[in-house]
Design a protein around this ligand. Sequence first.
Ligand code: CP
Ligand code: NVA
Length: 312
Amino acid sequence: MKDLLRTADLSRADVELLLTTAADFAANPLRSNTALANKGVAIYMTKPSTRTRLASETAVAHLGGTPIFIRGDELQLGRGETIADTARIISGYCDALIIRTFAQSDVDELGANATVPVINGLTDDDHPTQLLADWVTIRENFGADIASRKFVYLGDGNNMAHAWLTMGAIMGAHVVAATPAGAWVPDATVVAQAKAIAATTGATIEVTNDPETAAKDASVLYTDVWMSMGDPEAERIEKTKALSPFKVSQQLMDLTAKDSIFMHCLPAHREEEVSTSVIDGPKSVIWRQAFHRRTTIQALLYHLTRGELQGR
Ligand code: CP
Ligand code: NVA
């Protein structure tokens, strides 16, 4: 496996390796501080980022490498140079590329033309590095035995919903995506792929439009912003109305299992997708999740650049 272009690229064994290494990096951030010595990692983003950017830059630094951050408007790509040519050029200078942008197809094209690892740092369709941080956090809270647990995402059927279902399928988990019906359901192709993976791992994939049934006895309630980067502003009023029953309120949280946790990839909008009392309350693990963005990207860079991931 050369690249991490989408969550579905990862095998269960890859995820297990990455989670173990990330836990090592959490305990000892400088354990492999010469792994990327004298090497550069390009981080190219055409959308804003707080966590993914800082986690990526610090992860590279902890591995002894040099992060090179490039904003969307700074490459000749914006003036007509092709993605393929850009991929070849970056491969000549850098040992990996982390990319955040809109179209998944652009990330796929970079991966196909770069000779160095390309990592998806979020597209409109997927957010694989986030899910690695989420699953380290899930492990820290519940351990590896998740047989009787239900992992529920509530909200927009967006990139996070897709990544949630896909990683849950890989991990053999009972995962649920509860979204409004109609325009904001997860993509049917992603759900079908998650079900196909689930058939090989023993996972259960559930897609519903009922937030209360979804929340009942859940071990995790996870949510994300209702308006993602790039979503048309014209949809805001209608979308907010459709999503309002999916707000993670204290009442929804009260339906969950006794030892349940609240998760959010952040950034959050308090009193929009989640009540302040929930996100800032005792069940919230958001800061630990955010912390693990660095440990997991560090693990991913470490193993991908050494050619140690197999892929699915
Ligand atoms: N969760 C996440 O990807 O955050 P940023 O958009 O700040 O990178
Ligand atoms: N769905 C959100 C996730 C942000 C980390 C977005 O794409 O903006």
